[in-house]
Design a protein around this ligand. Structure first.
Ligand code: THU
Length: 139
């Protein structure tokens, strides 16, 4: 069954969780929201670390949250960060997202200093990561 994607609810969720990002080193705050097949919205933010390398991105943080809740199938994703250098998922996050979706529309939004959305672009995971490595058979 196909389900309509409530992009504004997903954007709101990504913007709200971005406020909780722990990014004292880069000061680059990111929030991500995922819509699961069950209709639930799951969120995550970037959590940096003094070692730098142990940092987790918002997108992977959201995926970890999703799996922890017993959910596995992804329908849509929003990533909220700052304009003018709004984030698209990094290479590692692309691969992690690909584990849970065959097709995944991703909206990247950029906020100005007042919190207004001033950039919005839509991508498809297939375009961002063509020929993703997968071991499991397609869903
Ligand atoms: N970051 C994300 O959370 N998601 C992205 O798509 C790009 C980068 C985080 C990692 C790090 O905490 C900060 O942004 C700067 O790279």
């Amino acid at each position: 069954m196909t389900q309509a994607i409530d992009w504004s609810a997903l954007e709101r969720a990504a913007i709200d969780v971005r406020a909780r990002a722990y990014a004292p080193f880069s000061k680059y705050f990111v929030g991500a929201s995922l819509l699961t097949k069950s209709g639930k919205i799951v969120v995550g933010c970037n959590v940096e670390n003094s070692t730098y390398g142990a940092t987790i991105c918002a997108e992977r943080s959201a995926v970890v949250n999703m799996v922890s809740q017993g959910l596995e199938e992804l329908l849509a994703c929003v990533v909220a960060s700052r304009a003018p250098d709004a984030a698209t998922p990094c290479g590692v996050c692309r691969q992690v997202l690909a584990e849970f979706a065959q097709r995944l529309p991703i909206v990247a939004i950029g906020l100005d200093e007042g919190g207004a959305v001033v950039e919005r672009a839509m991508y498809d995971l297939e375009t961002l990561l063509p020929h993703a490595f997968r071991l499991r058979s397609p869903r």
